[in-house]
Design a protein around this ligand. Structure first.
Ligand code: HEM
Length: 481
């Protein structure tokens, strides 16, 4: 048996290995640094409170991440910051990134409510989780008390406490499929044939290519206190990236009324079951979570957690799960070239995996979170904005998150299709009427649905570095440039 690289769970922030599902309430605090020296002292002082991967938190959890601007605000050595990846350094709102991510039209960063070009810069992200909203309020209040006197200004607090019972706002079970990293499988019971390399999620370890992803490496003299771990690649340098990862944050507003009105209208306003069928074809799973590849004809709640399936041998033509469905294109598993159905294809897909840690925000469209109820209540007065605080972790933002969004979701030519971006998250802004179709492969002829509206709008977002604990200590105590 191949021996696994050992990891120091005590040096890894908890969010990397667990989604804190038992801690149902979360808030994401966006901070601006007003006084760099004070903010560093604050950061150092809160390190003991940070939740590590080694312990399962009982009632609350705390994690901390930085933007590139945040590191600049504490005058962290710019030569060191310069060794972070280009994506992290250039951020999410450059002209190039807008095109790649599809942040145009209604989603243009000028319309964002935070981190847009005219907004105050986001420097630090504090991720707080608690067992219930009361506990979170208490936790947040005592933690936030110190912000002002420590040179920090709260720009925004994004709260996620939606009572959706594990579903996202369109009414589908979420949080099922995740990349399998053997070192994070504490019980050893989830073992899969095609694990994802540790270095795809954490910096400082071998990635899917057997290489080490770009990260800041320091000379011994730059770390006189010896805070940082040694580079495992053997350079004799100290590794600031080790046990850290990049955290992608996108606030995605969901138009639930628009989504289900469209499905209903496409079903001649009569057949609710057909509307649910249509939406499930777009997602690739039924509302219960059952995958279409396995439960082809109807929803089957017994299969709600099922994730051990492939596409090529079961459904090469997309007759069960359409080729352009959201889950089939965000993780095509074994369906793409060079060798559909084979090991090479799975390995190709596994180079573009992301660990999702997002949570919904806002009140559900109806308390039941049931599409049938949604469709019965489309005329009701609405209770405000709702959506997903999409968060994902990856070691290479360009090859993982951006690739999934750009090359798979936004691409109308994905997998032999020609006018079909991702029906859920693909960019359809500014395309011609036919450039926003969804195709259902079926016999004797496929069905095409045209003029799909945009159901998602981006409201804010940024790239963060979620450091290992040693790296966080280094950042908090490093001399100012
Ligand atoms: C509001 C926006 C979104 C909604 C409503 C949504 C909904 C869903 C649902 C219902 C699932 C199936 C359940 C599961 O496997 O967890 C899923 C899976 C997934 N989504 Fe999304 N999603 C959204 C945004 C995104 C974005 C922005 C990305 C990446 C750029 C993404 C990537 C994925 C991936 C990788 C999977 C797992 C696919 C698999 O391995 O089978 N999603 N999403």
């Amino acid at each position: 048996m191949e021996s696994l690289t050992q990891i120091d769970l005590d040096d890894i922030q908890g969010l990397v290995v667990r989604g804190y599902k038992d801690l149902s309430a979360a808030c994401y605090v966006l901070l601006k640094i007003m006084d760099g020296a004070k903010a560093k002292k604050w950061c150092e002082s809160v390190i003991p409170q940070i939740t590590r991967a080694s312990t399962r938190p009982e009632d609350t959890a705390l994690n901390i991440a930085w933007t590139r601007q945040g590191l600049a605000a504490i005058r962290f050595d710019s030569h060191i910051t310069g060794q972070f990846s280009d994506e992290f350094r250039s951020g999410m709102i450059t002209g190039h990134k807008r095109r790649i991510l599809g942040d145009v039209g209604e989603s243009v960063p000028e319309n964002w409510v935070w981190a847009g070009p005219a907004d105050e810069p986001v420097h630090v992200l504090v991720l707080m989780y608690a067992r219930g909203m009361d506990k979170l309020t208490e936790f947040y209040s005592s933690f936030a008390r110190g912000f002002a006197q420590n040179g920090l200004k709260e720009i925004r607090r994004l709260t996620s406490d939606s009572p959706l019972g594990g579903k996202e706002h369109f009414g589908f079970k979420d949080g099922i499929a995740q990349p399998y990293v053997a070192q994070f499988d504490r019980s050893g019971t989830r073992k899969q044939d095609y694990p994802v390399a540790l270095g795809e999620i954490l910096l400082g370890y071998q990635n899917a290519y057997g290489r080490y992803t770009q990260r800041p490496l320091l000379d011994g003299a730059q770390d006189p206190q010896g805070l940082l771990p040694h580079d495992m690649e053997g350079s004799q340098k100290r590794d600031l990236g080790k046990n850290g990862t990049y955290l992608v944050f996108r606030q995605l507003e969901q138009d639930v009324r628009g989504f289900w009105s469209f499905m209903k209208q496409q079903s001649q306003n009569a057949d609710a079951a057909h509307a649910v069928y249509l939406a499930s074809k777009m997602v690739g799973r039924w509302p219960s979570g059952a995958p279409l590849v396995k439960a082809h004809a109807a929803d089957d709640p017994h299969m709600k957690q099922q994730d051990d399936f492939m596409y090529h041998h079961q459904d090469a033509q997309g007759l069960k799960c359409p080729l352009g469905a959201h889950i089939r294109r965000t993780n095509p598993r074994d369906s793409l070239e060079p060798e559909p159905g084979g090991k090479k294809s799975i390995e190709f897909s596994n180079r573009h995996r992301i660990l999702r840690r997002g949570r919904s925000y806002g009140q559900p469209f109806t308390p039941s979170v049931d599409p049938h109820d949604f469709m019965r209540n489309l005329e009701q007065k609405d209770a405000g904005e709702r959506g997903l605080h999409f968060i994902c972790l990856n070691a290479n933002i360009g090859r993982q998150f951006e690739f999934v969004q750009h090359t798979w979701s936004n691409n109308p030519n994905f997998n032999g299709l020609y006018e079909d971006p991702d029906p859920i998250t693909g960019n359809r802004n500014g395309r011609s009427a036919t450039g926003n179709a969804f195709t259902i492969q079926q016999e004797p002829v496929r069905k095409r649905i045209c003029n799909l509206p945009q159901f998602i709008r981006v409201r804010g977002g940024a790239y963060f570095f979620l450091p290992g604990i040693c790296a966080l200590k280094y950042i908090a105590t490093a001399p100012q440039e």
